[in-house]
Design a protein around this ligand. Structure first.
Ligand code: UD1
Length: 334
């Protein structure tokens, strides 16, 4: 069962599982996802954060012989989480509680959870390892850390086998029709501004980094999807799990300016980025050490920033918001 399987990352995992012949049932409230993204998987439309649907979840798990749950469905806007903390707890922690209650009742004992690099907050090290102290700096990151604790508690209580994958900055697309439909992160926000005839914005150019802009660890969504499949196979085996949480990053950092430059090159649109003030709450640098997932699960990122930006652009240009490059260049030539 893939909860949130009609969304951006979830749909990539659904596609990979289908390609290898796994039977998949998708649960999604379709708040961001769309039904056409799940292929021939059965789609159950419900909101897991609504306690009224727990029994429906249990019934679906039993009826569909569900063996494992991959849980993506959550809210992920950091700023919004600061404004509406209780709602974030209700959505992300409440949703998680409902999923775990249903799993326990249905006897489903394997779970993969979308955690986040946001659990680290502003880490005092250049590259983060999983075991450093975690001090999330916003409710979004707090809800993700709590999600990990909840699984650890259920492991002790009723033998849940679980893996939390801490995503770094996910971008790109594995198939044009599965591009990120939301414009909430850097690369889609760059294309969104270009589609509106505006220059992309850089939030802060005075950070203590080589080019003054924030550094992140960008991970191709298809690589991330493969990490879920590897984690699922490890859960399904009888072997003892070596660890429960993994960074899914590349160990390499890329600055906002480098991403903006790559977007200029790949799109062929000759814009000059708009340099704005810092956005509140952005850590200067967040890079994930991926040694643990490589050693335990044999996973490695195959794609780099170039493939990420190229595939994101290709998906954007296949979408209804396709940008007329010639027109855009006329606008920016003025
Ligand atoms: C944040 C969270 C991350 C979460 C993700 C979900 C933190 C530290 N990170 O990632 O855990 O999973 O949101 O959405 O809480 N930027 C610009 N111009 C733009 C847009 C972004 O300069 O138009 C910059 C940002 O300031 C940031 C970088 O680009 O430095 C990446 O931003 P974004 O894609 O929003 O991701 P994070 O903030 O790193």
């Amino acid at each position: 069962m893939v909860i949130g399987g009609a969304g951006y990352i979830g749909a990539h995992v659904v596609r990979l599982l289908q390609e290898r012949g796994d039977k998949v049932v998708v649960v999604d409230d379709l708040s961001y996802g769309t039904p056409d993204r799940v292929g021939d998987a059965k789609l159950i439309e419900l909101d897991v954060a609504n306690t009224a649907f727990v029994s429906d979840l249990v019934n679906t798990m039993v009826d569909e012989d569900v063996t494992a749950v991959i849980h993506f469905a959550a809210r992920k806007q950091v700023g919004e989480s600061v404004m509406r903390p209780a709602w974030y707890y209700q959505q992300n922690v409440g949703g998680m509680a409902n999923v775990l209650l249903a799993m326990h009742e249905a006897g489903v004992k394997q779970m993969i959870f979308s955690s986040s690099a946001a659990v680290y907050g502003m880490p005092p090290v250049e590259v983060v390892e999983e075991d450093i102290e975690k001090h999330p700096i916003n409710p979004y990151g707090e809800t993700k850390l709590i999600g990990e604790w909840m699984m650890a508690d259920c492991a002790r209580a009723w033998g849940l086998r679980w893996t939390g994958l801490r995503y770094f900055n996910v971008a790109g697309s594995g198939w044009d029709e599965l591009g990120d439909p939301a414009t909430l992160n850097l690369i889609p926000m760059i294309f969104d501004r270009l589609a509106r005839g505006k220059a992309p914005a850089i939030f802060g150019t005075d950070y203590p980094t080589p080019d003054g802009t924030c550094i992140r660890d960008y991970i191709h969504v298809k690589d991330l999807a493969r990490a879920h499949v590897s984690a699922l196979d490890a859960l399904a085996s009888d072997a003892e799990l070596k660890h429960n949480v993994y960074n899914v990053g590349t160990g390499k950092g890329t600055s906002v300016r480098e991403i903006v430059d790559a977007c200029r090159e790949v799109s062929g649109i000759n814009f000059v980025a708009e340099e704005q003030d810092r956005r509140a709450g952005d850590p200067p640098q967040l890079i994930g050490n991926a040694t643990r997932i490589t050693e335990d699960l044999g996973w490695n990122a195959e794609f780099g920033v170039k493939e990420i930006v190229e595939s994101a652009w290709s998906a954007w240009q296949a979408s209804p918001r396709k940008i007329d490059v010639e027109k855009a260049n006329e606008i920016f030539a003025k």
